[in-house]
Write a protein that binds this ligand. Structure first.
Ligand code: HEM
Length: 511
């Protein structure tokens, strides 16, 4: 915190490398000892010694740089007040279009009530305080989520909440005082969109994405109540970790082409699971694998615990290894038949019904990330000066922003409408009636992400290709938005699913 009140004249006298001060946003910084450490070099700082460097600073740095180096601040200017708004944990952004319409005070929404708003506020505070700081470190160094954060999420029932609505939430009081019984798909949308604000795509998946897409299958399809209750308790309390193991090097979206086999032992008491799985999110640290296998007369899903014959190797992808993406080998792993999910040889339905919620979550995430990029671009265009004008004064730039904003707003409106429909449908109705629309939305939202990432990099220039500094969020989005276009079904497969499902509902007669 600044201790002294100073005048501009006093600052002006500290204008050499031996004593170098400058003003940024009405505060005074002593940069003398920072000269050699400054990533932009000492020369540029000497050029602004003793002057007001606010404009030069914001032309090149993010506000968070000043927060990180707050200790360099030695005073405030007499009778002057800082103008830059520093957000506190939980705050809404004041940048236009940075928040979905329902969170902007001037607008109303037919979908969101007081309970959704309470949840939003509490989750944002939680994410800003506990998730984002860890996410940013882990995204960079590639290490896995801390047990401390997992435990904290378990205590607040956040792990349970992130599976979506259902009986597993009954009797629990969630963040914002929301009762588990009232948690619906609009709450689900709210929490999913708040969690991605930590802007670290690898860590975002590292933060229990595997659990979100696999424990749901255990809850829904595990016939053996004892195993179901034990595994659910272990995972939701954070003691054990679980992931979905379907994709193979041999087959991705083509689930029918999988080669991992599960053969029953002669006494009928066990399966012997053999084969490999690839790109398994969180696989590196998981204790359980919800595994797709070929069985004698079809396809079955089996809960395989880590143990003898299970080996995991890290896969390096374009996002951080914080996601724990694994190549998994099952080498004659012996699993009790009680670990079967759903009906033997009829596992296709287990996987397919699970996909809807996974894809819905991915829509929530990629649409919110796209909005973050729009916010970054609006901030930058308002801050960056080129050809003696702010970037925002260039009509070409405004055209780009118009396109980006329109994509985000259209997708969010479609998403909210789908979430609203989900609230009043059974699981089976959702699969029948919403599998297609969710597929179309995911496919369209990632095409939008493609356009948004492309325009954002053009707006940021070299900074949009640099992993630190002003453009780091844009660089990360441009590098990683494809994960959402591929995982959970590719754009083409899902677009096709959407149309095929629509055609199923066509009247038989010619129209
Ligand atoms: C409190 C004062 C300052 C601090 C703590 C600071 C810190 C930093 C940091 C951390 C970076 C790395 C890039 C980033 O994270 O954004 C950086 C880059 C840079 N800084 Fe500063 N800086 C300060 C003031 C200034 C001023 C007043 C100028 C110019 C007149 C300046 C010019 C630069 C330049 C040219 C770069 C390289 C930018 C780039 O590669 O895009 N800095 N500074």
């Amino acid at each position: 915190m600044p201790h002294e009140t100073l005048t501009r004249a006093a600052v002006a006298s500290h204008n050499t490398a031996d004593s170098l001060w400058c003003i940024i946003d009405h505060k005074v910084y002593d940069l003398t000892d920072f000269l050699d450490a400054h990533p932009g070099g000492s020369v540029v700082l000497e050029q602004v010694a003793g002057t007001d460097a606010t404009e030069a600073f914001y032309n090149l740095h993010r506000q968070e740089v000043l927060e990180k180096y707050a200790s360099l601040c030695v005073g405030v200017l007499e009778n002057e007040k800082p103008e830059v708004i520093v957000p506190k944990p939980g705050d809404l952004s004041l940048v236009p279009y940075a928040e979905p319409l329902w969170l902007r005070p001037q607008f109303k929404s037919p979908y969101f009530n007081d309970s959704h708003r309470r949840l939003q506020k509490a989750v944002r505070e939680f994410v800003d305080t506990y998730v984002t700081p860890e996410a940013q470190v882990k995204e960079k160094d590639g290490s896995y989520i801390s047990q401390e954060l997992i435990d904290r999420m378990a205590r607040e029932h956040i792990l349970a909440m992130r599976l979506g609505p259902g009986k597993h939430l009954h009797g629990k009081v969630l963040l914002g005082g929301v009762k588990g019984e009232e948690f619906d798909y609009l709450h689900d949308l709210v929490q999913a969109q708040e969690f991605v604000r930590s802007s670290s795509r690898g860590f975002q998946d590292g933060n229990m994405a595997g659990m979100m897409i696999s424990l749901t299958a255990v809850l829904q399809w595990m016939g053996n109540t004892k195993i179901k209750e034990r595994v659910t308790e272990e995972v939701l309390s954070g003691k054990k970790k679980i992931c979905l193991a379907i994709t193979e090097a041999f087959a991705g979206s083509d689930v029918a082409g999988l080669r991992t086999t599960a053969t029953k032992t002669p006494d009928g008491k066990h399966y012997i699971v053999s084969g490999t799985k690839k790109w398994i999110t969180n696989g590196m640290w998981c204790d359980y694998f919800v595994t797709g296998c070929r069985t004698e007369k079809g396809f079955s899903v089996i809960l395989v615990p880590r143990g003898e014959g299970v080996e995991t190797k890290l896969i390096k992808t374009s996002y951080s290894t914080a996601a724990g993406t694994a190549f998994v080998e099952f080498n004659n792993v012996k699993v009790p038949v009680e670990n079967l999910l759903g009906v033997e040889h009829k596992g296709f339905i287990v996987i397919m019904s699970n996909f809807n919620h996974e894809r819905f979550m991915m829509c929530c995430a990629v649409i919110r990330q796209s909005r973050i990029v729009v916010e970054e671009c609006l901030k930058w265009c308002n801050q960056r000066i080129v050809f003696k004008k702010k970037l925002i004064e260039q009509p070409t730039i405004r055209q780009k922003l118009a396109k980006m904003i329109s994509h985000v707003e259209a997708n969010q409106a479609w998403l909210e409408q789908i979430a609203y429909q989900m609230c009043s449908m059974s699981y089976a109705q959702q699969s029948n009636l919403l599998g297609g629309p969710i597929g179309l939305l995911k496919s369209f939202a990632t095409r939008s992400a493609h356009e948004i990432a492309d325009e954002a990099v053009n707006i940021f220039g070299g900074r949009g290709l640099t992993q630190t500094g002003m453009g780091r969020r844009v660089e990360e989005f441009h590098r990683t938005y494809k994960f959402d276009a591929i995982l959970g079904g590719t754009e083409e497969i899902l677009a096709d699913l959407g149309v095929r499902q629509a055609i199923k509902g066509m009247p038989k007669s010619m129209l």
